[in-house]
Every structure is written in structure tokens, then in C-alpha cells.
Design a protein around this ligand. Structure first.
Ligand code: PBG
Length: 328
């Protein structure tokens, strides 16, 4: 059979590895990644998290080791989440402002032992709250404005410990502006704010809540986290945070929200961060353990898709595996 008169043959651009590489539109680099880490009190402690295979709650000394190896792999930042015992939790998240609290000590240790790594700390009440909510609970309601004061104190305490980037993940209205003002008043105008701007009320956070034992005791988070059905509303949240002084904005989760990442990237002139959350990680890990998915290929495909949709930076529990793969 003779060749047909086909003028456009896209397959020519796919014919070899090197040509595919030449025309590749999206690249992942270790510098795109932020590694989330769970901190637990103790020494030389590494505690498994059942629903997140190969992820651990680590004592501060091991957090330092993990941050060092991340940094050597070219990962610029870690995001810290403290796992506290119920005894340290109360209705007001009091422990979150303890200058010698687990998180504050870990930040100080990290900044003195691995000064080159950027430290991101989360601002929300849930790891410290006996109610397991991101805001203050009163008669089953989550109070917005009284929560702001608590969040700002938490942010100040983290800044004092040396955190480089404060990341409010609570979804209270007005929190970015409130925190920004309080930080500036205390001479922390250099501390950045990465806002969890479009954070959805997602079932994909399940394994994370196991890791921190931070699931809400009553109700759900739907009065503050966004409805997964909404797209336009994400921009309302993002613009509010931009106007209130956010330096980076986040969409969370990532994989089921690529349209949102794409919209946000097209609408703001700030770096866009995507959080590929615990459930996204657990899905790939568990299917791979069953032998049903190729872990490495699925990991790379999902992360490149998140980047392709518009994310400049990605929080992922796969950060070290990806960076290792990219370094060979
Ligand atoms: C809490 C917080 C959550 C995550 C990050 N910060 C959970 C939640 O909102 O319930 C989830 C991260 C993940 O699932 O990987 N403010």
C-alpha cells in the first residue's frame, strides 16, 4: 500500500526518545517540590502511618535527617505538621502558641541544622484542638472572627521560632489579612504567607487525619472548606487572599481539581501551589501494593499532570521518590 496524502503527522514528533524529549512541554524538577513531614515528640522515633505506606511520624532529630536528605536531592522546602497527644489538646488550641512546643522546637532545630531548607508551617487549630476543627467551636458552630485571633497568635509563635513561610490552612474569612497585619506589627514583614486559598471539603484528607489523629469529633468541615462542586467560587477565595497580602496561593487537593489549578494560574500573578494530598498518595500506594498499578509511572504521570495544569509548586508525599528518580 502506498503512503496516503496525510499532511499532518503528529507521530513524527514522537518517533524517538530524544525527539519526545525535545518537544516535551512540561518538566518536573526537584525544585518544584515541597515535602510534607509529620513531627512527633521523642528521640529517634519513626512511627508508621498505616494508611500512608512509607510515610512516618518522625521525632525532631529524624526530621532534621529527612530535611537534610531532601535538601541534598534538590527539594527546597519542607512543610511541618505536628502530631500531638490528646492530653496536649484543648478547645482553644493553647499548645499551638507554646514557644517550646513540639513544632516551635522542631522549626528552631531545622533552621539551625539545615539552614538552607525553607520551612513552611501550617496555621489551623485542628492538630491542637480537642474538637478536631480548624476553628473555634461553640455549640457546634465554628466561630470565624474569634478564631482569627488564635490563628494570628499561632502564626506569630511560628514566625518567632523561625518559620520562613506561614501557611494558613483553616479557611476562615479574613485570616490572611489579619495574620499579615499581626506579623507586620511585630516586625515579621519578611515572613511569607502561603495561603490555602481554594481548599475543598474533601474525602481525600482521610489518611492525613489518621496521621495526626485530627479528624473532627463532631460534624464536618463544610461550613468553611469549599464545596467540591464549585469552580467560580475558588477565584473569589483566591482574589480575597491576594488582596489581603498572600505571597503564594494554593489549591487543594490537586488531582481531582486540575480545572481549578488551571483557572487560578490564569487569573493571578502569584506562584500557584497545589497540594497533592494524603488520599491521592494512598490511592497510588495501595493499588501499587496490590500489583494493580505501576507506582513509579503513576506517581510521575499524576505529578506532571498537576504541573501541566498550572501548578508552579507541588506538595507531595512522593517528593523524595520523585527527586531521587529525577537525579539518576
Ligand atoms: C488541616 C490540614 C489538613 C490537611 C492539611 N492541613 C486536613 C484537613 O483540613 O482536614 C490535609 C493534607 C492531606 O490530606 O495530605 N488544616
Amino acid at each position: 500500500m502506498t503512503n496516503q496524502q496525510i499532511l499532518s503527522r503528529p507521530r513524527r514528533n514522537r518517533k524517538t526518545d530524544s525527539i519526545r524529549e525535545m518537544i516535551r512541554e512540561t518538566w518536573l524538577h526537584p525544585s518544584d517540590l515541597i515535602l510534607p513531614l509529620f513531627v512527633v515528640e521523642g528521640q529517634n522515633l519513626k512511627i508508621e502511618i498505616e494508611s500512608m505506606p512509607d510515610c512516618y511520624r518522625l521525632s525532631p532529630d529524624l526530621i532534621v535527617e529527612e530535611a537534610k536528605s531532601a535538601q541534598q536531592l534538590g527539594i527546597p522546602a519542607v512543610a511541618l505538621f505536628p502530631a500531638l497527644s490528646d492530653l496536649q489538646k484543648d478547645h482553644l488550641a493553647t499548645e499551638s502558641t507554646n514557644p517550646n512546643g513540639l513544632l516551635q522546637r522542631t522549626v528552631r532545630l531545622l533552621k539551625s541544622s539545615v539552614p538552607a531548607i525553607t520551612v513552611v508551617t501550617d496555621v489551623a487549630m485542628d492538630p491542637y484542638s480537642i474538637d478536631g476543627h480548624d476553628g473555634l467551636v461553640e455549640n457546634g458552630r465554628i466561630l470565624n472572627d474569634p478564631t482569627l485571633e488564635i490563628l494570628a497568635k499561632m502564626a506569630l509563635s511560628q514566625a518567632e521560632a523561625g518559620s520562613d513561610i506561614i501557611a494558613p490552612s483553616d479557611m476562615m474569612d479574613g485570616r490572611v489579612g489579619y495574620i499579615r497585619k499581626e506579623l507586620d506589627k511585630r516586625d515579621f514583614s519578611d515572613v511569607s504567607i502561603l495561603s490555602y486559598s481554594a481548599k475543598y471539603a474533601s474525602a481525600f484528607y482521610g489518611p492525613f487525619r489518621d496521621a495526626l489523629d485530627s479528624a473532627p469529633k463532631e460534624g464536618d468541615k463544610k461550613t468553611y472548606q469549599m464545596d467540591p462542586a464549585n469552580r467560580v467560587e475558588a477565584l473569589r477565595e483566591v482574589f480575597a487572599d491576594v488582596n489581603e497580602g498572600a505571597d503564594l496561593v494554593m489549591v487543594k487537593p490537586a488531582l481531582a481539581y486540575l480545572d481549578i489549578i488551571s483557572d487560578v494560574k490564569a487569573s493571578v500573578n502569584l506562584p500557584v501551589v497545589a497540594y497533592s494530598v494524603s488520599g491521592e498518595y494512598a490511592m497510588i500506594k495501595s493499588a501499587a501494593q496490590m500489583g494493580w498499578l505501576d507506582e513509579t509511572a503513576t506517581m510521575m504521570e499524576t505529578l506532571i499532570a498537576i504541573k501541566r495544569s498550572g501548578a508552579d509548586l507541588i506538595l507531595t508525599y512522593f517528593a523524595k521518590s520523585v527527586a531521587e528518580l529525577l537525579s539518576v
